[in-house]
Design a protein around this ligand. Structure first.
Ligand SMILES: Nc1nc2c(ncn2[C@@H]2O[C@H](COP(=O)(O)OP(=O)(O)OP(=O)(O)O)[C@@H](O)[C@H]2O)c(=O)[nH]1
Ligand SMILES: [Zn+2]
Length: 206
């Protein structure tokens, strides 16, 4: 079992990144990129960088080996007749945009109106991360999270709202920091019924 260390950000317990082997061609690609950026991949400080970058990208993109639907396979039916909205608010996430492979950093609000069963709340965040840890556009990320909950939990409604900053807009290109992109996907009762939609958006803080 790997050693567990406390993450300074969230107090969570996370395992150190495993030192998986890095294929030569991947390391060489990073060396090429370093040269293209204008530096010398052979200088001391950059010697181990190609392997670190390669492993970092495996970590950023762990979602490709994570089946989002699997997280929703365990449900609880004994909820005392609870038939109101369940909302997970302000879930921080990180992703990378598929256009520039630059960070997307934001928070998601995920709600559903259960039918006869509920799912453990951590599982909604797991679904989010499984899709976020891939190369993404925010619109697709939002739709994929909502569709996954809709298809697997078969609830009465699903509402997903994502707010995020895109480093491809702040650190390069138009270089306009502090811009939040907001996307939403409403399904079932949240799409069809205005009062339900207003209620869920109000709970989310909009
Ligand atoms: N709709 C959407 N656009 C995104 C997302 N992430 C990045 N983009 C945008 O994707 C666009 C790519 O535009 P292109 O003109 O092909 O690329 P570019 O020349 O690098 O564009 P600039 O960023 O304007 O310099 C840019 O406008 C980005 O801001 C996203 O999640 N959703
Ligand atoms: Zn981008």
């Amino acid at each position: 079992m790997p050693d567990l260390i406390a993450s300074p950000d969230d107090g969570d317990l996370v395992a150190p990144t495993p030192k998986i082997p890095v294929p030569d061609e991947v390391a060489e690609a990073v060396r090429t990129l370093i040269r293209w950026a204008g530096d010398d991949p052979a200088r001391e400080g950059l010697i181990d960088t190609p392997a670190r970058v390669a492993r970092a990208w495996k970590e950023y993109c762990q979602g490709y080996t994570d089946d989002p639907a699997h997280h929703l396979s365990r449900v609880f039916e004994e909820v005392g007749g609870y038939d109101e909205i369940v909302l997970l608010k302000d879930i921080p996430f990180q992703s990378h945009c598929e256009h520039h492979m630059a960070p997307i950093i934001g928070k998601a609000h995920i709600a559903y109106l259960p039918s006869n069963w509920v799912v453990g709340i951590s599982k909604l965040a797991r679904v989010l991360h499984a899709y976020a840890r891939r190369l993404q556009v925010q619109e697709r990320l939002t739709a994929e999270v909502a569709n996954c909950i809709w298809d697997n939990l078969k609830p009465v409604g699903v509402a997903v709202v994502i707010e995020a900053n895109h480093a491809c807009m702040s650190a390069r290109g138009v270089r306009t920091p502090g811009v939040a992109m907001v996307t939403s996907r409403m399904m079932g009762v949240f799409r069809e019924d205005e009062r339900s939609r207003k209620e869920v958006l109000a709970l989310m803080g909009f």
